[in-house]
Design a protein. Structure first.
Lengths: 210, 460
């Protein structure tokens, strides 16, 4: 029993340190966003003939570097090649156009067929905000259910532990993401929802067992 | 014999469900065979979305003044041009290009999206130059929504004759859409509500611009003049309506009929959309800057053909396989029987998902992981309690006991599913729909088939 208490203490201390370190990391360096959610430049090339997106990807990787680039197909008929990179200089833009022209034997006009736009960075809050209200409503209803169904087990087990576990697990998840510098994208919020549900399931199973 | 037949029949039904779900139902149409099961509805996360870049306008407006210094739209034909003065004014002055105005513009656009009922969006702001990047689901209304985002939202009530500004956006509180069913059809109204200051102003204006009755016209020439005194409501710097008031408006609310009463649902929808547009524009204030579209393209999702998606699908399939292998190794024959129903449950859910029109997104894939965890937990909970030497009656009792223990879990997940289903976001709503049907199918398949198979696996 003494051993279990000691292990629990160690776990609590580790979790607290990770959460505090995560908060510090978020305050100091923020999150690490993936390319599509970072401050980038997007170069849309309006192609005048059929093309293979892999060819464009190859050209973009060659000019901009493989780790720094993403290429997407645009428009319903696939007539746009969209290149995203941290930075696309004028020389790089010219080089891409030249290589595409060379590859397809076409004449892309930089002024009319290419649009280079600056894309601002995402905000982690904007990525998660739509999940906040359903999660809060669900939590309130689930807690009400716990209180009604398991009232004999006391308010601490029905209310305090579930609330704390949801908050701590959520904070731990966000801190780990911040500390490990895992790039933030759509999956950040979705995995958060998964963790939330697993915490609820775990709480229900524990309350049922007891 | 009857027991074995029952088991065989259930296994056959399960196999049939699996074959139909993964293979489809093919029916001959003209010369080819077509699958009559609807296709999966992929969400924008997996297909693509509309990416629009808005930049702070840098155009210059030419303003023409006449010799008296009044602003005119154009120099009349044949007029002496020297009598007119032209001035070039940038659409956004340098003083207006501040961080506060950039942030305010973004907030107004986000609020307009909310008011227009658009739930799935991402709006990013470049605080250095005010450029705004908007990501929206690509649908038939996307272009309309985008154009609604960048209109100025300027509201004015002016004197029709002398153009004196009587009310502005500062007097507005909010606007909403109202409906009323009458004998000749449904009326759609735009209800504009004014704040405390606006309420006082509206009351005063409605007194000043009150229409006079016909009798008074005949008897009193002065009243006839006052009838002509009208106001013009301008929205987005365009005349919306010109009118006078029939009565004093003391309650700070102005209700305007949009279109005519109609019984045609298409027409009513059109009026509602129109009213919603004005309500969204008026409720959220005037944009402090003018924006223009820099680029606007449908771009395929990075997940459309990406390893992320395959990894996520792989994790889901891997979890199912691991669960099944665990059940088979741990519970032998009973595990095999449960696994058959387990796979059929997944297969049936995949069929239902096609019919309930849930969008398949990354969110719904995550939900499937939750369903796998719950299904495995329930199956293991049931199988764990069954002993080799248990009779049919014992098995029945133990299964019932196990179901009682998991019922709380199912209720709680069902509650979450309902909350998520009624969310405005199609991704969250789809999560709820898949979760809801997943729990229902899981419960039914367990009670109808797993339970029967486990009971019938006993001779006595």
């Amino acid at each position: 029993m003494k051993n279990i208490n000691n292990i629990m203490k160690i776990i609590i201390i580790v979790v607290a340190i990770v959460i505090i370190a995560g908060i510090v990391m978020i305050c100091v360096k923020g999150f690490n966003y993936d390319l599509l959610h970072s401050k980038t430049q997007r170069m849309n090339i309006y192609m005048t003939q059929d093309f293979d997106i892999n060819d464009i990807e190859e050209i973009a990787n060659e000019v901009l570097g493989k780790n720094n680039t993403k290429v997407q197909l645009g428009n319903a008929f696939g007539t746009v090649a969209s290149i995203v990179s941290k930075e696309i200089t004028e020389e790089q833009e010219d080089s891409i156009i030249e290589k595409v022209n060379e590859k397809y034997q076409i004449e892309i006009n930089k002024e009319s067929d290419v649009v280079l736009t600056q894309i601002p960075q995402s905000n982690a809050w904007d990525l998660i905000v739509k999940y906040i209200s359903p999660i809060i409503i669900t939590t309130i209803i689930v807690l009400a259910y716990f209180i009604i169904r398991f009232r004999r087990k006391g308010i601490i087990k029905c209310l305090l532990i579930p609330v704390l576990s949801i908050i701590i697990v959520g904070a731990l998840y966000i801190s780990i993401i911040a500390l490990t510098r895992i790039p933030i994208n759509e999956l950040f919020a979705i995995c958060g929802v998964l963790i939330y549900f697993l915490t609820i399931i775990w709480n229900t199973i524990i309350l049922n067992k007891e | 014999m009857e027991r074995k037949l029952k088991i065989a029949l259930i296994i056959l039904i399960m196999v049939l469900v699996i074959v139909v779900s993964f293979g489809g139902i093919y029916v001959k149409k003209l010369v080819s065979y077509n699958n009559i099961l609807p296709d999966y509805n992929l969400g924008s996360e997996l297909t693509g979305s509309r990416l629009t870049s808005l930049k702070v306008g840098d155009h210059v407006h030419e303003i023409i003044y006449d010799s008296e210094g009044n602003e005119v739209e154009e120099i009349p034909e044949g007029a002496d041009e020297s009598q007119y003065r032209k001035e070039e004014v940038p659409e956004n002055s340098e003083e207006s290009k501040t961080k506060e105005n950039y942030i305010k513009s973004k907030e107004i656009m986000v609020n307009r999206l909310k008011s227009l009922g658009v739930a799935d969006y991402e709006v990013r702001l470049n605080e250095d130059n005010g450029n705004i990047f908007v990501e929206l689901d690509d649908g038939e209304n996307t272009d309309t929504v985008l154009s609604d985002l960048i209109v100025s939202g300027k509201f004015e009530i002016i004197d029709t004759n002398d153009k004196t500004v009587l009310m502005t956006n500062d007097d507005l509180d909010n606007a909403k859409v109202l409906y009323n069913s009458a004998t000749n059809g449904v009326n759609v109204y735009l209800s504009i509500q004014f704040n405390k200051e606006g309420k006082k102003k509206l009351e005063q204006i409605s007194r000043d611009y009150l229409a006079t009755s016909e009798t008074e016209h005949e008897e009193n020439e002065q009243s006839e003049e006052s009838t002509e005194k009208t106001i013009t409501m301008r929205i987005n710097e365009e005349d919306f309506l010109s009118t006078h008031f029939d009565e004093v408006m003391p309650n700070g609310e102005l209700t305007i009929t949009i279109g005519n009463a109609s019984t045609d649902s298409g027409q009513i929808d059109q009026y509602i959309q129109q009213a919603q547009y004005y309500a969204a524009i008026l409720s959220n204030g005037e944009l402090p800057l003018e924006y223009e579209v820099e680029s606007n393209d449908y771009i395929q999702s990075i997940y459309a053909n990406n390893t992320y998606l395959y990894v996520l699908l792989g994790i889901t399939v891997f979890m199912i396989i691991v669960s099944i292998i665990y059940m088979i190794i741990r519970y032998k024959m009973l595990g095999v029987l449960s696994s058959i129903v387990y796979v059929a449950t997944v297969a049936l859910l995949l069929v239902i998902v096609r019919y309930v029109n849930a969008n398949i997104t990354l969110d719904t894939l995550i939900i499937s992981i939750i369903l796998i965890v719950i299904n495995t937990y329930i199956n293991c909970k049931v199988l764990k309690n069954i002993d080799k030497n248990d009779s049919r009656e014992d098995v029945k009792g133990k299964i019932f006991g196990s179901y009682l223990k998991v019922i709380d879990l199912l209720i709680i997940i069902l509650i979450s599913a309902v909350v998520f289903t009624y969310n405005a976001s199609s991704a969250i709503s789809s999560m709820g729909v898949v979760l809801f049907w997943g729990i229902i199918i899981m419960a039914l398949m367990n009670v109808l088939f797993t339970r029967t198979l486990l009971i019938d696996s006993r001779r006595k």
